[in-house]
Design a protein around this ligand. Sequence first.
Ligand code: ZN
Length: 224
Amino acid sequence: MEIIIGRDTETSRLRLVADDQQLLFGETGSVPASVNSRHCSMSFSAKGISLKNLDINSYTYVNGQAVEQKEICLDDRIELGTDHYLLDWDAIKQIAPADIRHLKQIWEEYDTHRMDQQIADRRFNSLRSATGIITMAAIALSITTGRQSVWFIVLYVVAILISLAFTVKAWKDASAVPQKAQQLSRQFQHDYVCPSCGHFLGSQPYELLAQNDHCPYCKKHFIH
Ligand SMILES: [Zn+2]
């Protein structure tokens, strides 16, 4: 995404143009005439910010040095024209795309936790069915060998113990699991938000967010 930075010739305010959006900043007459209407551009990508001086007859300074093109950081001091008009980063941030790369890890961690919980639930249920199998084995044994068989008693005791263990675990999980799930969900809703408007981005996987390229709420472009 590219922003064209310059002076609005009618009002002498700072003008930023990106895609079909145009924004004016500062008071009327706040930008000196040494700043062109299309003075420089900033390109935003996952690699960083690239600043380009657009007119051979005008000057763009980065930390005091005149540049034609330079990779810059958010805290660099950018000045335009021979009057050294200081560019306001707050204005740039309003139109610049939002970096959402940190959301990838947040999504992956949430997705993994959710999946792990589902797997744990299914494993618990399949293990629980073992009690039924052992009980049936004990009954089968009692039919073939008679009720006095030691194995019948052993199997029955094992079935009762397993059943008890599962009941205790199910009792403990009854409150702990939903609490953990709720905590995870709350944390996710707090973290998985648009860096620009702070709106929760829902259960959209990160890949889908990156594909859509902009926030569905504030329409801010994303760097991904
Ligand atoms: Zn947003």
